[in-house]
Every structure is written in structure tokens, then in C-alpha cells.
Design a protein around this ligand. Structure first.
Ligand code: ADE
Length: 225
């Protein structure tokens, strides 16, 4: 079973995303174990402070190394981790191929950044990989960690009901998904394409691939290179 340890200043931020739908089911089916760690629990400060002013000045606070080190060292004393991730807008941009790889890992830690980030020594000595979920700045790493977790967990074998459905997602074959329809066959005079009603599996498969390619060219020409 995959194990994800998330180190955060705001564990409650994960309550919503982790207690519904696919992630909730994956946890119940013992496909993944998710543990949230409140960084303040590892602070030795009597006010449970985990941040401090940067030596450089310039405003903003930094997350201190001691509580992070204490938390990560504790986790590492319990098991071997494949990867220790840090959420950062200057990290590697997440994409489907890297998420496919991460979904095969056994134990991972995600450290959620906050304020102006962490003391650089954390990144140098503890973090093995940094990821960004897009070229924009969030107010903290929690949403990025939730996005990462959602995208990884649904790829763990046996998590999605229909084993095929992750394989037919947009991006899995470098193409976006084709259009899809459900009943009724006609609404307001808008008809479902005839081929989908034909029952001819081969014709339908050809049509879907063709539509995927057409759609990728128009919407995501960057993927066609
Ligand atoms: N923290 C702030 N912005 C972020 C982003 N875009 N991706 C990951 N972590 C972040």
C-alpha cells in the first residue's frame, strides 16, 4: 500500500479534498494511507512558532529548519522514503508522465511550503524533488499537495472502479479525451453522432481516436510536437 505523509501548517485544509470521492474510497480500500503532520507539533518553541525573519531582510517570513528536520527525521526513522517532495512554484511542473511514475512509489513525504518558503538548507539536505502545479503563485503548498495527491491516488491500480478509465484520460496517450455523450440521443434537436449509436466497436474506436487527434491539434497544439 502506498503511504503519503504530508507535513503542513494547516492540516485541516485537507479535510475536504481527502474525505470525498476517489481519495476517500482509495483510503477505505487500503490502496493508500495518508498521514497529516502538523509542523507546529515539532516546534520546540513554547509558542509553537515555526517561522522566523530572513537574514537577508526584505520582509516575509521563512519556515525554520529545526521543526522540519525533527519531523522528517522522525518519519525517516520509521521507514525508508522514496521521495521527499516540496511544493514550490519554481519546482518541476507536474504532468501526467511524472504522476504515472510517482503513483508507483511506496512511501513519500510532501512538505508544504508557506510564507516566503523554507530555509534553503531544508531544500539542500532533505528535499529530493520539488514540484509546481502551474505557473502561478498560491498562498501555500497545501492546495498543490492536495492536487498532487488526488492526481497520484487515482492512478494506483485498483483505485478507479473501471481499470481502463485512467488509461483513457486526457494526456495518458499524449492526446486530450474525445467528446463523450450520454442519453438522450437527441435533445433540442442536437443529436449524438450517429457512429456512437451504431454499436460498431471498431468504427467507434476509430472515431474516438480521430476526434482526439482533431481536438488536440485545435486545443493543445503544444502536445502534438
Ligand atoms: N506554492 C505556491 N505556488 C505553488 C505552485 N504553483 N505549485 C506548487 N506549490 C506552490
Amino acid at each position: 500500500m502506498m503511504r503519503i505523509d504530508i507535513i503542513t501548517l494547516f492540516p485541516q485544509m485537507f479535510d475536504g479534498p481527502f474525505s470525498h470521492s476517489i481519495i476517500k474510497r482509495a483510503v477505505e480500500k487500503n490502496k493508500v494511507e495518508i498521514h497529516l503532520h502538523d509542523l507546529r507539533d515539532f516546534s520546540e518553541d513554547k509558542h509553537r512558532r515555526v517561522d522566523d525573519y530572513p537574514y537577508s531582510g526584505g520582509g516575509g517570513m521563512l519556515m525554520r529548519i529545526e521543526p522540519i528536520a525533527k519531523c522528517i527525521d522522525f518519519l525517516k526513522s520509521q521507514r525508508i522514503y522514496d521521495e521527499i517532495f516540496y511544493t514550490s512554484p519554481d519546482g518541476e511542473l507536474l504532468d501526467q508522465p511524472s504522476l504515472n511514475k510517482y503513483s508507483n512509489l511506496q512511501n513519500i513525504i510532501i512538505l508544504c511550503g508557506h510564507y516566503k518558503g523554507v530555509d534553503e538548507r531544508v531544500r539542500e539536505h532533505y528535499i529530493t524533488k520539488e514540484f509546481s502545479i502551474g505557473n502561478y503563485v498560491l498562498s501555500g503548498g497545501e492546495l498543490a499537495a492536495a492536487v498532487f495527491t488526488d492526481a497520484v491516488v487515482r492512478l494506483i491500480p485498483g483505485v478507479l472502479g473501471d481499470e481502463m478509465s485512467a488509461l483513457s484520460d486526457s494526456f495518458q496517450d499524449g492526446l486530450v479525451a474525445p467528446p463523450a455523450y450520454t442519453r438522450p440521443a437527441e435533445f433540442n434537436g442536437w443529436r449524438v453522432p450517429d457512429v456512437l449509436l451504431s454499436g460498431n466497436y471498431k468504427l467507434i474506436a476509430d472515431w474516438r481516436l480521430e476526434e482526439s487527434i482533431k481536438r488536440t491539434k485545435i486545443r493543445r497544439p503544444d502536445l502534438m510536437e
